[in-house]
Design a protein around this ligand. Structure first.
Ligand code: DQA
Length: 137
């Protein structure tokens, strides 16, 4: 089982960025815990602040890996390109958001990814990544 977590813009600042919304753990520390918890599967992590790099990564893994856990962050609400990439690849994608995007500003209610995702998880903090991984097992 080969899974990858792909995080989009500003998620490299997790732990420092708006901790009241996104929590105070850095993703790197959290990812180490995830790798320990799911030690029997191949679990990778990739983060970029650049839309095209996220698309390139989806193309790279999208015909080979068993699953993608994708938090495209702000690009979720704006990027036809990332939405098209999710549609183009064969690997199933679970869309995830740390915060409850539907309890926030209206512009966060729109997703260009959800229609082509296997499922969507939001509002459970970092725990959502664990739930997304479990959905592939
Ligand atoms: C987010 C929600 C997005 O609206 C926001 O732009 C983010 C993070 C989340 O994980 O809650 O950067 O995807």
């Amino acid at each position: 089982m080969k899974l990858i977590i792909i995080n989009g813009p500003n998620l490299n600042l997790l732990g420092k960025r708006e901790p009241e919304v996104y929590g105070s753990d850095s993703f790197e520390d959290f990812f180490k815990q995830l790798q320990e918890k799911f030690s029997d599967i191949h679990l990778e992590y990739y983060q970029s602040n650049i839309e095209g790099e996220l698309i390139d990564k989806l193309h790279e893994v999208g015909f080979d890996y068993d699953g993608v856990v994708l938090n495209a962050a702000a690009y979720t609400h704006t990027s036809v390109g990332i939405g098209d990439a999710v549609k183009a690849i064969e690997t199933p994608v679970v869309e995830i958001h740390i915060s409850n995007v539907h309890s926030r500003e209206d512009f966060r209610h729109k997703s260009y990814i959800a229609a082509n995702a296997k499922g969507v998880i939001f509002g459970f903090g970092l725990k959502g990544y664990e739930l997304a991984i479990q959905s592939f097992l």
